[in-house]
Design a protein around this ligand. Structure first.
Ligand code: ATP
Ligand code: MG
Length: 560
C-alpha cells in the first residue's frame, strides 16, 4: 500500500509506528516533538505538513510539541516572521502551550559546549576562506584535504575562538570546525563548520554575539536541551543524521533525541521554497506574503481556505519516506468538501447583463424566499427582491446559440432561481453591436419556479434585482504558475499571466454587502468566495477561494 492509502485507512504512518513502539518499550515517559521554523519568511503549506505531523503526534500520544525558532542567522531573520509564524500555527489549530523556545536562548550553552569540544581536541579554528574550505571539502568521489590549521594547539584554538566571540575579526575571517574526518564518505562529516563570524544585530540577542552557530551545531543540541524525543525533519537532512548523532555523543547533553526523516510536500503548479516565495514578494510578482495566490498559510487564509481543509489535506497525503509531487487537485478537493458543507448560498452576478421584464409592473417589487443551504434546513432562508429590472450573467445569454446551449437566447424560456420562468424577446445593442440589455417577459403563473401546466425548461439561472443588489469587486484567482512542475531556478518564466482576474462591475445580494462577515459563501453556480480585507463600506471586495468544479484540469488539458 502507498503511504497515502495507509494514512487514509489507519491514520498511521512509519513515524507514528516508531513513536508507538518507543512508548510500548517504555523508552520515554512522554513523547516530545518540536516544529523548528527559521524565521526568514512566512510559513507555507509544506510547513503545514510538518506542523500537523509534530503537533498531531504530540496530541495523539499525550505528549508535547514545542515551537522553536531556529534563529541562528540574523542577516535573514525578522520579528515580522516570528509573529506571522506564531499566528499561522495558531490559525491552523495547534497550540504549543508554554513551550515556546528560541535557539538563541541556548547561545551561551552552545558556546560553552564548543569550548569543550576544543578542549577535547574535537574542534579547531580554521583561517581558510570560505572558498578554500569549499574546494578542499572534496566531492562524492574525491576525499577532502585537511586544513593546514587542523592541528592547531588547544590553547591557540581557545584563544582564537574567544577572540572570534569578542568581535576581534571581520566576517568570514575564521570559522570553528568540528574535527571529524576529511575523507569520510559523508561530506557532512568532513570537518563541518560549527561557528561563523557574523557582525549582525540579532532580533533577540541584539549585538551581544559576533559569532553564530551553524544549523547542524544548533539544532541537535537545542533538541537535547529541550528533551525532544523524536526530532522529525525532511529527507534532505538524512545525510546530516551522522553529524547530529556525533555531536550528541561527544557533548555532555542532558538527553538523547533521535532524528527521523520524512518526504517533504511538493505540490503541482506550486513552488514551496522560501527563497522563491521571498523573491515573488520582493520582486512584486504578487501583492505580498498573504497574496491569495501564494501557497503561504497567510495567503491560503486570505483566499478563504478553512484551516480544517488544510488539516484534512495533510492527513490524506500521509507521511512517507519517498519524495513525490502531490496533485494540487487533492488540496482543492479538500477545500470544496469542507466549504460545500459549511458555506451558505447566495447569489452574485460576476459579469452583469441587464434584463427588463416588459410585462412586470413598473415600480412593483415582491419578496421571494431563498434557501441558505440546500442540505441544512437550520441555516434558514433569506428574502430577495424581484422586480422589473434585473441582472443576469452575461455568459448565460447567447444571441446565436450553438446546439447544446440551453440557457437564454432570443425566444427561449429559462427559470430564474426561486422566481419565475422568463422568455427572451429581444436583445438591445449599442452602436458597436454589443448586447447591452435584454427585453424579456415573465409568466406570472410560474411563481416559485414551477409551471402549473408542467412544462419544463432546460436551464435555471441565478439573477439579482437591479435596484436592490449592490456593486462589488470580485477577484478570481487561478494557479500562480502555468506549469505542473515550475522551474524554481527560473520561476518568473513559468508564472501564469492569468493568475488574477479582477471583475470590477460585479453585483452581489444586498444582504452580503451589508453584513461584514468573513464567513465563506457559495455564490450559486460560481464557486466559494470570501470577503477580502481590502473591502470598504461602499465597495466590498470578494476573493474566489475556489470554483465549484475542477475546470482547471480541462483548461490546461493535462491532468485528471
Ligand atoms: P529553508 O531551510 O530553506 O529556509 P525550510 O522550508 O526548510 O526552508 P524551515 O523554517 O527550516 O524552512 O522549516 C521548518 C520545518 O518545516 C523543518 O523541519 C522543515 O523540514 C519543514 N518543512 C519545510 N518545508 C517543508 C515541506 N515542503 N514539506 C514538509 N515539511 C517541510
Ligand atoms: Mg530548513
Amino acid at each position: 500500500m502507498t503511504a497515502e492509502a495507509v494514512a487514509a485507512e489507519t491514520g498511521r504512518d512509519f513515524i507514528r509506528d516508531i513513536v508507538q513502539a518507543d512508548l510500548d518499550a517504555k523508552r520515554y515517559k512522554q513523547v516530545v516533538t518540536r516544529f523548528p521554523p527559521e524565521p526568514n519568511g512566512y510559513l507555507h503549506i509544506g510547513h503545514a505538513k510538518s506542523i500537523a505531523l509534530n503537533f498531531g503526534i504530540a496530541q495523539e500520544f499525550s505528549g508535547r510539541c514545542h515551537l522553536r525558532f531556529d534563529d541562528t542567522n540574523p542577516t535573514k531573520e525578522e520579528q515580522e516572521y516570528i509573529d506571522s509564524i506564531q499566528a499561522d500555527v495558531r490559525w491552523l489549530g495547534y497550540d504549543w502551550g508554554n513551550d515556546l523556545f528560541y535557539a538563541s536562548d541556548y547561545f551561551e550553552q552552545l558556546y560553552l559546549w564548543a569550548e569543550g569540544l576544543i578542549r577535547d581536541g574535537l574542534a579547531y579554528v580554521d583561517d581558510q576562506s570560505q572558498e578554500e574550505i569549499r574546494v578542499k571539502r572534496g566531492t562524492l568521489t574525491e576525499p577532502g584535504r585537511n586544513s593546514p590549521f587542523r592541528d592547531r594547539a588547544v590553547e591557540e584554538n581557545l584563544d582564537l575562538f574567544r577572540r572570534m566571540k569578542a568581535g576581534e575579526f571581520p566576517n568570514g575571517a575564521r570559522v570553528l570546525r568540528a574535527k571529524i574526518d576529511m575523507s569520510s564518505g559523508n561530506i557532512n562529516l568532513r570537518d563541518p563548520v560549527l561557528y561563523r563570524i557574523l557582525h549582525a544585530t540579532h532580533p533577540r540577542t541584539g549585538d551581544k554575539w559576533s559569532i553564530y552557530p551553524s544549523y547542524d551545531y544548533a539544532h541537535g543540541q537545542s533538541d537535547a536541551i529541550e528533551g525532544i524525543t523524536h526530532s522529525i525533519c525532511t529527507l534532505e537532512f538524512e545525510d546530516h543524521r551522522p553529524l547530529y548523532d556525533w555531536l550528541l555523543e561527544k557533548l555532555p547533553v542532558p538527553s538523547r533525541p533521535h532524528q527521523y526523516e520524512f518526504a517533504r510536500l511538493n505540490l503541482s503548479y506550486t513552488l514551496l521554497s522560501k527563497r522563491v516565495l521571498t523573491e515573488l514578494v520582493r520582486g512584486g510578482h504578487v501583492a505580498g506574503w498573504d497574496d491569495p495566490r501564494m501557497p503561504t498559510i497567510a495567503g491560503l487564509k486570505r483566499r478563504g481556505v478553512p484551516p480544517a481543509a488544510i488539516r484534512e489535506f495533510v492527513k490524506r497525503i500521509g507521511v512517507a519516506k519517498a519524495n513525490s509531487v502531490v496533485d494540487v487537485g487533492m488540496l482543492e478537493f479538500c477545500i470544496r468538501e469542507i466549504l460545500n458543507r459549511t458555506a451558505q448560498r447566495r447569489m452574485a452576478v460576476l459579469r452583469p447583463l441587464k434584463v427588463v421584464i416588459e410585462n412586470y409592473p413598473e415600480g412593483k417589487t415582491e419578496e421571494i424566499d431563498a434557501v441558505n443551504h440546500p442540505d441544512d434546513p437550520a441555516a434558514g432562508t433569506r428574502r430577495l427582491a424581484f422586480g422589473r429590472e434585473l441582472y443576469i450573467e452575461r455568459d448565460d445569454f447567447m444571441e446565436n446559440p450553438p446546439k447544446k446551449f440551453f440557457r437564454l437566447s432570443p425566444g427561449t424560456e429559462v427559470r430564474l432561481r426561486y422566481a419565475y420562468f422568463i422568455t427572451c424577446r429581444e436583445a438591445i445593442k449599442n452602436a458597436a453591436g454589443e448586447v447591452t440589455e435584454l427585453r424579456c417577459t415573465y409568466d406570472p403563473a410560474t411563481k416559485g419556479g414551477n409551471a402549473p401546466d408542467g412544462r419544463k425548461v432546460k436551464a435555471t439561472m441565478h439573477w439579482l434585482p437591479a435596484a436592490q443588489s449592490r456593486p462589488a469587486e470580485i477577484r478570481l484567482y487561478n494557479q500562480l504558475f502555468s506549469k505542473p512542475t515550475p522551474d524554481a531556478a527560473n520561476f518568473a518564466a513559468d508564472l501564469n499571466p492569468q493568475s488574477l482576474e479582477i471583475l470590477s462591475d460585479a453585483r452581489i445580494e444586498r444582504s452580503i454587502a451589508e453584513a461584514n462577515s468573513t464567513d465563506a459563501i457559495q455564490f450559486e453556480r460560481q464557486g466559494y468566495f470570501v470577503r477580502d480585507g481590502d473591502s470598504t463600506p461602499d465597495r466590498p471586495v470578494f476573493n474566489r477561494t475556489i470554483g465549484l468544479r475542477d475546470t482547471f484540469a480541462k483548461e490546461v488539458g493535462g491532468k485528471g
